[in-house]
Design a protein around this ligand. Structure first.
Ligand SMILES: Cc1cc2nc3c(=O)[nH]c(=O)nc-3n(C[C@H](O)[C@H](O)[C@H](O)COP(=O)(O)OP(=O)(O)OC[C@H]3O[C@@H](n4cnc5c(N)ncnc54)[C@H](O)[C@@H]3O)c2cc1C
Length: 334
């Protein structure tokens, strides 16, 4: 049953990618923000429910369910897929970690895509805490920075992960709006700029007690590992669009092999498979640029957009294992 549901969602995502997202991708690439109508179309197709419970049309906590849908959407418009990708960890938190109050208030609207999620996870970054949470008499206080927060103006709620004084991670739900103590600074990007990614500076930002979701250990190595598979799908989507534009080529088999490696990877193999997907996107986009020729360097050409997007897949949501594996692949052996 879940398999049928997923197949339906993948088919919907492919259709939207080809008929709505890809035709608009060059215009979105040059715009300030992905149009809201793109996200409305994804919501109408039921895709915001993916990480939700079965009764809300979702596929449960299985993170692999999100991957193929993200891949299809990223092949249409990476900026749209990237903003959309931020939503699912919020749904997973509401579904699996949050208490009944938060769950009852937000889970169903989030699964319907009426409420859209983003992430500010700086508290989990290794080293001294970038974002700190301190309990107060009637809630929590946030101080510090979350250097990259995607979807500003297009998401409603942020899943925030902040470090407590005793080194644990507090998960909170914060409105993604201007508010006292919050400074929002736009990050300008060479690819997926329309993702409206910002830097958030928190100075005594007050979060009411009813926005607290959970508190747990700070697992530096493990945090977010479940999302790495899905994030690899964004690179596969870029590579897949390059394959389509190139026509039949040996890249097709490589794409299938990379997808299989990501699907089957466990533990330390996940970052390695993730690196493989980004390296493939880079080579496929470079091949497309060369195949198209001088024209590919024109601003209105998909080839140069895809090449910039392939660069983005090398660094976004990186982890030490991904960085190491990519550097090993890209650096000549002595
Ligand atoms: C365009 C763009 C948009 C982004 N949007 C968001 C967003 O919306 N919300 C958000 O929270 N982050 C976002 N990020 C941050 C992203 O998830 C990674 O944290 C970041 O790309 C890692 O950057 P880095 O390699 O420079 O590592 P640094 O930030 O310098 O961190 C050092 C090391 O920390 C580890 N690390 C990084 N992130 C994590 C993590 N989440 N969990 C565990 N370890 C980690 C890695 O090993 C990394 O090498 C975004 C990044 C980019 C480039």
């Amino acid at each position: 049953m879940a398999g049928e549901l997923l197949a339906g969602y993948i088919a919907q995502a492919r259709l939207l990618a080809d008929e709505v997202l890809f035709p608009a991708a060059m215009a979105v690439d040059r715009s300030d923000s992905v149009p809201v109508s793109h996200f409305d179309r994804l919501a109408e197709a039921g895709l915001y429910a993916l990480a939700g419970p079965a009764e809300a049309g979702g596929l449960g906590a299985d993170p692999s369910a999100v991957g193929p849908v993200l891949e299809a959407l990223a092949g249409g418009c990476l900026a749209t897929a990237f903003v959309f990708a931020q939503h699912h960890p919020l749904v997973r938190m509401l579904n699996c970690e949050a208490g009944p109050e938060l769950r009852d208030r937000w889970l169903e609207p989030a699964c319907r895509g009426e409420v859209r999620g983003g992430l500010a996870l700086a508290g989990v970054l290794p080293g001294p805490p970038k974002l700190r949470a301190e309990p107060t008499a009637d809630g929590w206080r946030l101080d510090g920075t979350s250097p990259w927060v995607t979807g500003w103006g297009r998401v409603d709620l942020l899943r925030v992960a902040a470090r407590t004084a005793d080194g644990r991670i507090a998960s909170l739900v914060v409105d993604a709006v201007d508010q006292p103590g919050l400074t929002v600074t736009r990050q300008r990007l060479v690819a997926v700029d329309a993702s409206a990614t910002v830097n958030l500076q928190f100075e005594r930002v007050i979060v009411p007690a009813d926005r607290f979701a959970s508190i747990g250990p700070h697992d530096e190595a493990g945090y977010g590992i479940t999302n790495l598979r899905a994030q690899g799908s964004l690179a596969l989507g870029v590579a897949g669009r390059c394959c389509t534009l190139l026509g039949s080529s040996p890249f097709d088999d490589e794409l299938a092999a990379c997808r299989q490696a990501l699907d089957e990877a466990e533990g330390d193999a996940v970052p390695v498979a993730r690196a493989g997907a980004s390296e493939l996107a880079l080579r496929a986009a470079a091949a497309l640029v060369v195949a198209v020729g001088s024209r590919s360097i024109l601003l209105e050409e998909h080839a140069q957009r895809l090449a910039r997007e392939a660069l983005f897949t090398l660094v976004f949501a990186s982890r030490e294992g991904i960085r190491r594996s990519l550097l090993a692949r890209l650096t000549p052996r002595p």
